[in-house]
Design a binder for this molecule. Structure first.
Ligand SMILES: [Zn+2]
Length: 309
């Protein structure tokens, strides 16, 4: 139930609605001597805390920042030195302004700053998001990769192009043997591929492949949403993605248009397990279909993607 609450807050946040301040139950998992995963309301947060101080990956939704900071304090009461954003969505950057205001440096890919500083139109969400205030914007941006040399290891953010959006990074902690996937990995639910923001299913697959190449049997993998995972879990996800992609490609090869492809239910085998939490089967099929056809936006569905002629 807690998980459903997280998803509903996520949905409210990225659809631009005001999520009212609720008491959030945070859960913290220690993954190495210095690296933690924190679950709350919004994308999963990564924390590095050690002799050089504290930095975090992503900062959830804005209405709960005070609560998030309290939860982080239980890991370390040092000031937050850096925040790395894995992408621009509001359930991963909501704390930027407040935490930046405490002196933390916000670090992100160039495209995150671009999107956060301009109006964003989402066909999928049926929403328009105004530019963020200056204080929420990343002040240090990178184009390919960036490393932080703190707390006994060099953590590297790798830009992974055009996957969940056009500005995602995955972050590798080599000594801790942890990878933060951002929203390139939704563990236990269909992934959201933000076509309207430069995302594509091919980019998601490429990001998963990069993470797999960095992982071994004991790597702890932090997904953007859902529970902590292993390399084996991520391999399962990769297998599911490629099978779903080839199922949709087969329908395209038969000449089907999008409504026909949705009606053919190419993701049926996962719909009961992955398709009931947030992203629906017709939406997921649309993400794949449009990606494979080079259509760089979401296509609104006939009501609930029901069969149409
Ligand atoms: Zn996202």
């Amino acid at each position: 139930m807690k998980y459903l609450l997280v998803i509903s807050i996520l949905f409210a946040a990225i659809s631009g609605a005001t999520a009212q301040e609720k008491k959030v139950e945070f859960e913290t998992f220690q993954l190495s001597e210095t690296v933690y995963m924190l679950k709350g309301a919004g994308g999963n947060v990564g924390i590095s805390a050690g002799e050089d101080g504290l930095y975090i990956i992503d900062d959830q939704v804005s209405p709960i920042t005070e609560q998030l900071l309290e939860a982080i304090k239980k890991v370390s009461d040092k000031p937050i030195r850096f925040v790395i954003n894995t992408h621009y969505h509001a359930d991963h950057t909501g704390g930027n302004e407040a935490i930046g205001g405490t002196g933390a440096v916000i670090v992100a890919h160039d495209n995150i700053r671009k999107r956060m500083s301009t109006e964003q139109v989402s066909i999928f969400m049926d929403s328009t998001t105004p530019p963020y205030p200056k204080g929420a914007l990343p002040v240090l941006t990178f184009n390919d990769r960036m490393s932080l040399h703190l707390n006994g290891e060099s953590a590297t953010a790798y830009y992974v192009a055009n996957g969940h959006t056009d500005g995602d990074s995955i972050i590798h902690f080599p000594a801790s043997n942890v990878i933060h996937m951002g929203d390139m990995y939704f563990n236990g639910l269909y992934p959201y591929v933000d076509l309207d923001a430069g995302g594509s299913i091919q980019g998601v697959v490429a990001a998963v492949d990069l993470a797999l190449s960095l992982a071994d049997e004991s790597t702890r993998i932090i997904p953007g949403h859902g529970p902590l995972a292993t390399k084996e879990d991520l391999e399962g996800y990769r297998h599911f993605l490629s099978k779903a992609v080839s199922n949709v490609q087969a329908l395209i090869d038969q000449g089907m248009d999008l409504p026909q492809a949705i009606a053919a239910r190419p993701t049926e085998e996962w719909d009961e397990t992955l398709g009931k939490v947030w992203i629906t089967p017709p939406q997921f099929v649309t993400f794949i279909y449009n990606s494979l056809q080079g259509i760089h936006h979401f296509t609104p569905l006939p009501k609930d993607g029901a069969e149409q002629d």
